[in-house]
Ligand binder design. Structure first.
Ligand code: AMP
Length: 190
């Protein structure tokens, strides 16, 4: 089993790369952002509450997102591997996540950061806005998402460095360039 978590600023390419990796290695892709967008699309109570938070560029409550993630993980844990995209995103989530993996008898192989400057990722997000029309892909929300990233998400890198699981690679260039770099890292882990 190959269990990888992708990490990086908003717009670093996590979702795009995750989809390609899931196909290549037959991994199940769990994106908490996608799970929430589905709740919003389906008009659930949770979706209604989450919409305002997402549109402000803020993070959802750790316990709520962790419960949502865990129920998806339980459905998919008997597959050849898992690809975590957008979770964990705070130190509290990292603690919950570590305990959850232990409880379920799973192990993380790598926390992989796709490194990209805020300028480049902002440019990518604004381009994506024209294609996908995500309500949180606008300049004002993107600034708030970066603030959340810097203060709450970036610190979890140290947690996984200490565990010897953190790797960082250059997220610039084409989709293909980045995919090749990721594959080179994963081939050494498998
Ligand atoms: P993403 O698609 O990963 O960029 O996520 C879009 C938005 O969903 C984020 O800006 C947050 O508002 C929310 N979200 C996704 N994953 C998480 C998470 N692990 N913790 C808290 N909020 C999240």
């Amino acid at each position: 089993m190959l269990n990888i978590a992708l990490f990086g600023v908003p717009g670093a390419g996590k979702g795009t790369q995750a989809k390609l990796l899931a196909e290549r290695y037959h991994l199940s892709h769990i994106s908490t952002g996608e799970l929430i967008r589905n709740e919003i699309k389906n008009g659930t109570e949770l979706g209604k509450k989450a919409k305002a938070i997402i549109d402000r560029g803020e993070l959802l409550d750790d316990a709520i997102i962790s419960d949502m993630f865990k129920s998806e993980l339980k459905k998919l844990m008997n597959t050849p591997g898992l690809l975590f995209d957008g979770y964990p995103r705070t130190l509290k989530q990292a603690e919950i996540f570590d305990a959850m993996l232990k409880e379920l008898g799973l192990k993380l192989d790598c926390m992989l950061e796709l490194s990209l400057s805020e300028e480049e990722s902002t440019a990518r997000i604004l381009k994506r806005a024209e294609i996908e029309g995500r309500s949180d892909d606008n300049l004002q929300t993107v600034k708030a998402r970066f603030d959340e990233y810097r203060s709450k998400t970036a610190p979890i890198a140290d947690h996984y460095k200490a565990a010897g699981l953190y790797k960082c690679l250059d997220g610039t260039g084409t989709i293909d360039d980045v995919q090749k770099r990721i594959v080179a890292v994963l081939e050494n882990i498998k």
